[in-house]
Design a protein around this ligand. Structure first.
Ligand SMILES: [Zn+2]
Length: 417
């Protein structure tokens, strides 16, 4: 995941608290319950085991589209810790159920299996003092460890939730994975059966309530190509690409909601004295607002067509270039309102653990339920992380059990009617 946070002012927090009358102080209320207290104690006492799971899973390579080995390991762990109906679905997600008094409300409590690191990356971890280092140790081995820790503590303290929880390790969260695991859950595997959704992604105690959407394309202009002198007069895919990039460069986009675009990569041509037969680019556009994203996308497509028409017309239109538009990524934008019960609950339980909650935006598995209007948040797994998506990623375990404890409170609060 990628996430940014902005601090909420104390004033804004008290407004949220006032709007939260229906939920009340769910965090404070749960903290007084003896079974809940037992689960919280279990989470703290068991944190070394939770960290062992984190290291174990982090050291099993799980590049995008190659999550199967880590998935098998998580499946075995889900079985060991007593989850029910443990299985791997058609997409490769790992699921394990913890039934409550009733099937609904049904909470999906998830973390993602995949990493951004390619095959062959050394994913061995090292530990020095309170810090564990290794690629993927925080994003998202920490999330996986937290869902395991939450399930274990709930079982150990014999906490009976009102509704039911399905714990899930998802595939394809990062990059070109395009959220395929979570898409499968909501569009097929658990379609119409998920009432609330949490993704534990990364570290810290932030709460992500805004899902930044993105669209990604690979664009290719093609033509016959030829000698730069002998075939002069032919339209050029590279020139057409240049025309398109020039138009894209001048796009004006809203600052709020933040909307962005970039031509990330370009390529084409074979030699300096040729009219290219092909030129391509890869383009990324993002916004937390559905309409703003669609708007920039529409202008982008228009720019591609205009560039093609202009380049063909420039050379008389006898020989025409072609344009191929391949969409390689589609993450829908969405948001869970700050005054919605799920966000209020997350704010309340975070405060109950003595922390100031901060709300932020990001592009995570929660984008999918958010875009469908299903209550969803992404939360950090506790501890402190640095160097996400880099080989020097680190996780500071100092008081990291707070992440597991908050997960426990969320699991109980969000299965209440
Ligand atoms: Zn992540």
């Amino acid at each position: 995941m990628k996430r940014t946070h902005r601090w909420i002012f104390v004033l804004a927090l008290s407004v949220i608290a006032l709007q939260a009358q229906d939920i009340g102080d769910v965090g404070g209320r749960l903290m007084k319950d003896s079974a809940v207290q037992a689960a919280l104690r279990a989470a703290e006492a068991d944190e070394p085991a939770t960290l062992d799971y984190q290291v174990l899973l982090s050291e099993i390579p799980a590049p995008l589209f190659q999550e199967a080995r880590r998935a098998e390991a998580l499946k075995r762990i889900f079985e060991e810790i007593g989850l029910q109906n443990v299985r791997i679905d058609e997409a490769g997600n790992v699921l394990g159920e913890r039934p409550g008094l009733a099937p609904r409300p049904h909470l999906v409590f998830s973390a993602h299996l995949d990493t951004v690191f390619p095959e062959g990356t050394d994913v061995k971890t090292t530990r020095k003092g309170s810090v564990i280092a290794g690629p993927g140790i925080g994003d998202d081995a920490r999330g996986l460890a937290v869902i395991i820790g939450v399930a274990r503590a709930l079982n150990q303290a014999r906490v009976q939730t009102q509704g039911s929880v399905t714990f899930v390790g998802t595939v394809g969260e990062e990059g070109l994975g395009d959220l395929r695991g979570v898409k499968h859950l909501f569009n097929a595997g658990l379609k119409d059966r998920i009432d609330r959704f949490i993704s534990v992604d990364g570290t810290g105690l932030g709460i992500t309530t805004v899902g930044v959407g993105s669209r990604r394309y690979r664009i290719t202009y093609k033509g016959p190509g030829g000698h730069s002198f002998g075939a002069f007069g032919l339209p050029s895919p590279i020139h057409s690409l240049g025309r398109a990039i020039s138009k894209i460069s001048d796009f004006q986009v809203p600052a709020d909601p933040k909307t962005t675009f970039t031509v990330g990569r370009i390529g084409g041509g074979t030699s300096v004295n040729s009219i290219a037969y092909e030129a391509w680019m890869e383009v990324d556009m993002r916004s937390s607002d559905v309409n703003a994203l669609s708007g920039v996308d529409a202008r982008f497509r228009q720019a591609l067509d205009q560039a093609l028409a202009e380049e063909n017309a420039r050379w008389g239109g006898k020989v025409n270039l072609t344009l191929d538009v391949a969409q390689v990524g589609d993450r829908p934008a969405g948001r869970t309102p700050a005054d919605s019960p799920i966000v209020q609950a997350a704010v309340s339980v975070t405060r109950a653990l003595g922390h100031m909650p901060n709300l932020g935006e990001g592009s995570t598995d929660s984008n999918i339920p958010m875009s469908l209007g299903i209550p969803a948040i992404t939360v950090g797994g506790g501890g402190r992380g640095s160097g996400g998506h880099s080989l020097s990623e680190r996780f500071d375990t100092e008081r990291s059990w707070l992440g597991t404890q908050r997960g426990i409170l969320l699991a109980i609060a969000l299965t209440e009617k």
